[in-house]
Unconditional design. Sequence first.
Length: 81
Amino acid sequence: MHVLYVLSFIVERVGFAIRPYSGSLIQYLPLLWEESAEHNMLRCAIVSTLVHLVKVRVLCVISGFHHNVVEICAVLGFYAA
């Protein structure tokens, strides 16, 4: 989990310069998401990393994985309100 927080921080600080390395970073996120079904804090770290990748426009196309993450976050936000 700490690694994901560091990764998220690096993406945030490096910004657009992360693009050449983004493919390697992104390929692990769907697997981590599936493995973290029972670990909400780990999923928060994954969402944080995705948010920073979207902010630097590395993720321009929403895939099935990203749609799944957004849908879960929206449902949780609905129930929290």
